[in-house]
Design a binder for this molecule. Structure first.
Ligand code: CTP
Ligand code: MG
Length: 224
């Protein structure tokens, strides 16, 4: 099927404490945003890529992103609002499936995106890239209450891949119900839709703090 992509890229990157939003910082020869977008655009099945940018974004025009499949839309107050606004622009009949991927995840592998798409289409429902938790997990405030069984705990990554109409309705419904929507899957869970876990790679990190950018540069230099 034809697939649309949504990239929320309207954040300010407060935790990064840089002079511009982190998606526009340079990493291994180009911007973080270009790294994040490129593997999606490399897929022929991706026919449109909606980029949610802040209304007064002065940086996008200077990137090398000129692919005609890119459509600029306005971001919102939080990530979920940026994603929802982009989703509402998509013709779900032409593009029945949508990939949502953070602008701040420049290391995602093309092969992992393909695996996510294949597994979800075979299952007939949506899913997410995720990695198993490796550390021993504790619950508690000041002191440990108990150790949490990690055998079924995962880190949720992006991309996340869902039927367009179901995801748009689920996010709208979850927001109206006051549910915290920190990723697309959380809205689908709220709507009682199945979400497949597809194992990705833990180097698909989200650039959040300065050290993450150094780590990302290191991975790229290793030419994984
Ligand atoms: N994002 C967005 N619109 C917002 C907030 C975030 O499109 N109102 C995007 C970011 O640009 C990023 C992704 O959502 O690609 C993940 O968000 P996060 O890592 O939290 O980025 P920021 O919000 O920019 O960073 P911070 O929370 O440190 O300010
Ligand atoms: Mg944020």
């Amino acid at each position: 099927p034809a697939i649309a992509a949504v990239i929320p890229a309207a954040g300010v990157g407060q935790r990064m404490q840089a002079d511009k939003p982190k998606q526009y910082l340079r990493l291994h020869g180009k911007t973080v945003l270009e790294h994040s977008v490129q593997p999606l655009l490399s897929l022929e099945s991706v026919g449109q890529l909606y980029l949610a940018l802040s209304a007064d974004d002065p940086y996008f025009a200077a990137t090398g992103l000129t692919d005609p499949r890119i459509i600029r839309v306005e971001g919102g107050a939080e990530r979920v609002h940026s994603v929802l606004n982009a989703l509402q622009h998509i013709d779900a009949v032409r593009y029945p499936w949508v990939l949502v991927h953070d602008a701040a995840r420049p290391l995602v592998r093309r092969a992992d995106i393909q695996l996510l798409i294949e597994r979800c289409l075979a299952a007939g429902h949506g899913g997410i890239l995720a990695t198993p938790v490796r550390d021993t997990m504790k619950r508690g405030q000041q002191q440990v209450q108990h150790t949490v069984d990690r055998t079924d705990l995962w880190h949720a990554l992006t991309p996340q891949f869902f039927p367009t109409a179901l995801l748009t309705a689920a996010i709208g419904g979850a927001l109206a119900a006051g549910v915290a929507v920190t990723d697309e899957a959380s809205a689908m869970e709220w709507a009682q839709q199945s979400v497949l876990l597809v194992e990705g790679h833990s180097d698909n990190l989200k650039i959040t703090r300065p050290a993450d950018l150094q780590l990302a540069a290191f991975y790229l230099e290793q030419n994984r």
